[in-house]
Design a protein around this ligand. Structure first.
Ligand SMILES: Cc1cc2nc3c(=O)[nH]c(=O)nc-3n(C[C@H](O)[C@H](O)[C@H](O)COP(=O)(O)OP(=O)(O)OC[C@H]3O[C@@H](n4cnc5c(N)ncnc54)[C@H](O)[C@@H]3O)c2cc1C
Ligand SMILES: Cc1cc2nc3c(=O)[nH]c(=O)nc-3n(C[C@H](O)[C@H](O)[C@H](O)COP(=O)(O)O)c2cc1C
Length: 763
């Protein structure tokens, strides 16, 4: 096969090598604009895992690379006068120039022709004269731009400014992050050794800080002098160096995230940075480039035709690229939003930094550095005023709100059961909530319980508007308090425009087939074209419903609930005021966010006045309507939380969506947790996170990184009322209390968990 690789970076060279290894008869030329030994950039990082992949492809070049590696296991973080070190991270660095020289040597050895100082302007001629053309011309690929209508690239230029420098100062004991506060804001460095006397020193900051320093107007030398001054105390008198002479001005850039819709066109294939980029903070660009080169070479030899190989290449590599780009996005967003985390204690800041890409879980950190993680866990327990003599995972730390202390951080999220009769909870509810309280969660939140018959969502919804309701709930709360050490929270709500609809397992949110009742909302906007047109509430309606909330609150107190939650989420009545999608009022209750919050806050204040001072109140909100800027977006949710906090709300339960049939949620593991993170760390308010959180590992990492104070699990508690006790048994935590009649079952479970653990470590 006659092949041209346009661009002699890691992608082009390693593809040429991989092809020759599979068939020495291939005729391959690599074209490169630079000379063999001039290159921008300093060192690159590769992980142990990547090196193992390279070894499997070509042991010779992998060994040559390995011999030039600088290894380090530690990550050191300089922050607020402390240097915190954790270990077990297993990275290696190599000079980019060294890597390219090794790859060039290996390519020559295998008979690849290398044509340096050759600028390529177009792929067209090559496509005619070669069987295959690899567009490996990097981030600013001319070939990708030439064929942009075919490849359809999407480029997302990110917010931070960065510059890639080098230094002879030693950073040979750890990959080092340095966070410095300056007169113009925070600026930070990612530093790592890559040969015996040189380290990479990437400096990054927000655009605002960069502007204030005036970097835009500086020459390269002035910019370096400024950076040397900022980081002087870490440089030990050594200077910073640039080799980005090819870049104009001071060498600072914004990172562009590139992803192409198509990776091949006729016989031209994109590879490496030309096809997709991954932010340098997860150090995966070279890995992606080289692993894609191996995959393409493989498929060209395993598939029946070149087009079939291209299809397989795109299918297989795209998912890997998306996975890494998603981790890279989490990581770069952490740096972009760093202001949010700069109030954190150094221990928590460090944890948040290490887990920023969400690829490293809590238990994975334990495998890397048990002592460090246990130190962090002990810090968490101390902060939680735990009196446990043992180090325990964050999920088992107590949490206090007003006079209520929860034994742990797990909440049974409110879940409608649709089993009430005329609003009255039944034996179903006693058994259902009783079981979940026995199951170990610190807090059991009951389903949305409605303040009036018309305020119910469905005929099966529970209420607190009749004396019988109060007595039935009291029976449940008494059981929880007598038989367990869980607390119980009453979620109060009014259905609004989503009321008078069918049971959850029938046609959800659709009007009743018969017996509908009139519904209210902020404005006359039906939930969907099939639902009733609600009446827009007038002042009398607002007073009446507010008073119904107050009456229900009094009943909840007498029934013995420990905590109250106002349901202001998911498109129900109070939520319908908050989101502009359902509130088009022109009075004091519509328009600005402050106006749209007015009625929910009036209800909150009225309820707070009659709810005992020692008992907390939470408010559940939808932090994202998932319709873009027309609806509530996460930054609005921060404002909402600030208003709630100012009003005296103790904790914000951060849910999202269900406010419009137009919503297009982006689902995924812990997909709503970023909203809780943002509220907790920007508004400084206690939060509960919820949404597709199902592993103890998720819970522990959310809590330890300071992304929420409590974690709600809904569906996992439908599947397993004993989720918390089972998690504790599996994790080897023996501090959770089981009901006395179940002790023999507990002991057996512990023994089984221990022998499973021993077997797992012995195989
Ligand atoms: C600050 C920073 C730090 C990074 N750190 C890491 C890291 O730690 N680990 C990691 O894995 N990755 C890192 N990367 C990313 C990494 O450098 C790239 O992802 C990797 O080099 C991609 O390889 P490539 O062959 O696709 O592209 P490149 O390495 O960019 O190679 C493309 C080659 O094509 C040549 N070329 C371009 N246009 C033409 C033309 N018209 N004619 C002829 N030749 C041309 C270029 O000169 C270049 O040699 C970092 C990137 C940045 C910006
Ligand atoms: C059957 C069911 C009923 C629900 N009912 C309520 C409810 O009454 N009040 C409420 O705020 N959320 C309700 N939710 C939403 C959950 O509390 C939770 O926010 C959502 O299910 C996401 O959490 P998960 O991924 O752990 O299930 C309900 C969820 C389910 C599955």
């Amino acid at each position: 096969m006659k092949v041209a690789c346009l661009g002699g970076g890691p992608a082009g060279l390693y593809f040429a090598i991989s092809m020759k290894l599979r068939d020495a008869a291939h005729d391959i030329v690599v074209y490169e604009r630079n000379r063999p030994d001039d290159t921008f950039g300093w060192g690159v990082v590769l992980s142990d895992e990547t090196l193992a992949n390279l070894s499997a492809n070509d042991p010779g070049s992998a060994e040559a690379i390995r011999q030039h590696f600088a290894y380090w296991d530690d990550i050191a973080v300089h922050y607020r006068g402390q240097r915190i070190v954790s270990t077990g991270h297993g990275f290696c660095g190599i000079g980019r120039k060294q890597l390219l020289i090794l790859l060039q040597q290996r390519a020559r050895e295998l008979g690849v022709k290398l044509r340096f100082e050759t600028e390529i302007e177009s792929a067209a001629e090559f496509a005619k004269t070669h069987d295959l053309v690899i567009a490996s011309d990097g981030l600013n690929s001319k070939i990708r731009n030439e064929l942009a209508p075919c490849f359809r690239p999407d480029t997302d230029v990110r917010k931070c400014k960065f510059v890639w420098l080098g230094t002879h100062q030693k950073f040979d004991d750890a990959f080092t992050f340095i966070f410095e506060e300056t007169e113009h804001g925070w600026i930070w460095a990612h530093a790592y050794q890559f040969d015996s006397d040189t380290a990479t020193f990437i400096i990054e900051c927000s655009e605002a800080t960069w502007d204030k320093f005036g970097f835009a107007a500086m020459t390269n030398d002035e910019s370096i002098a400024t950076c040397e001054r900022i980081f002087a105390k870490y440089l030990g008198g050594r200077g910073l160096m640039s080799n980005a002479g090819h870049l104009r001005g001071s060498g600072w850039l914004n990172f562009p995230r590139v992803l192409c819709e198509r990776w091949s066109h006729e016989n031209i294939v994109l590879m490496g940075d030309a096809a997709a980029t991954a932010h340098f903070s997860i150090g995966s660009g070279t890995k992606l480039a080289m692993e894609s080169a191996v995959a393409m070479a493989d498929y060209l030899h395993s598939e029946s035709s070149m087009q079939a190989a291209f299809r397989k290449y795109e299918d297989a590599r795209r998912s890997e690229v998306l996975r890494l780009q998603s981790a890279a996005r989490n990581s770069l967003e952490w740096f972009e939003n760093i202001e949010r985390y700069l109030h954190l204690d150094p221990v928590q800041f460090n944890y948040s930094l290490l887990t920023r890409s969400q690829r490293i879980s809590h238990e994975n950190l334990r495998l890397r550095d048990k002592a460090w993680l246990e130190g962090a866990e002990a810090w968490f327990q101390r902060r939680a005023d735990s009196n446990s003599p043992n180090v325990r995972r964050p999920m088992f730390a107590p949490f206090r709100l007003r006079d209520m202390t929860l034994k742990n951080r797990i909440v049974v999220s409110p879940m409608a059961q649709y089993k009430a009769v005329d609003g009255c909870p039944t034996d179903w509810h006693l058994v259902h909530y009783g079981e979940r309280a026995k199951g170990g969660a610190g807090l059991v939140c009951i389903e949305m319980t409605c303040v009036s018959p018309e305020g119910r969502i469905t005929p099966g919804c529970t209420g607190l508007y009749a004396p019988g309701h109060e007595a039935a709930w009291k029976r449940i709360a008494d059981f929880v308090h007598t038989e367990t050490d869980a607390k119980i929270c009453c979620q109060l709500g009014h259905s609004g425009a989503k009321g008078s609809t069918q049971l959850g397992w029938e046609e959800m949110d659709a009007p009743l087939r018969q017996g509908n009742w009139p519904v209210l909302s902020a404005s006359e906007i039906p939930w969907s074209p099939c639902n009733q047109r609600p009446k827009a509430m007038d002042r009398a309606d607002m007073d009446r419903v507010r008073d119904q909330f107050v009456a229900a609150t009094r009943m909840a107190d007498r029934a013995g609930f420990d905590m109250l939650e106002l349901h202001c989420a998911h498109g129900y009545l109070l939520s319908s005021f908050i989101t502009p999608l359902s509130n088009t009022r022109t009075d004091d209750y519509g328009g600005s966010l402050a106006n749209r919050m007015r009625y929910p806050l009036e209800v909150f204040h009225a309820v707070r006045r009659v709810w005992p001072a020692g008992k907390p109140i939470s408010v559940r909100i939808s932090a994202n309507d998932w319709v873009g800027e027309e609806g509530i977006e996460p930054e609005d949710a921060v404002e909402i939380a600030r208003m709630l906090q100012e009003a005296g709300v103790d904790i914000c339960n951060v849910s999202a969506g269900q406010t419009s049939i137009r919503a297009r949620p982006v689902y995924g593991r812990m997909f709503q947790t970023p909203f809780s993170d943002r509220i907790r760390n920007e508004a400084g308010m206690a939060t509960m996170a919820v949404g597709n959180i199902y592993e103890p590992d998720h819970v522990n990492s959310i809590l330890m990184a300071g992304r929420a104070d409590l974690v709600c699990l809904a569906r996992p508690h439908l599947a397993d009322p004993y989720w918390t006790l089972h998690a504790a048994a599996k994790l080897g935590d023996r501090g959770e209390s089981w009901p006395a009649p179940y002790h023999q079952g507990r002991d057996q479970l512990y023994r089984l968990a221990e022998s499973a653990g021993t077997m797992a470590t012995s195989v």
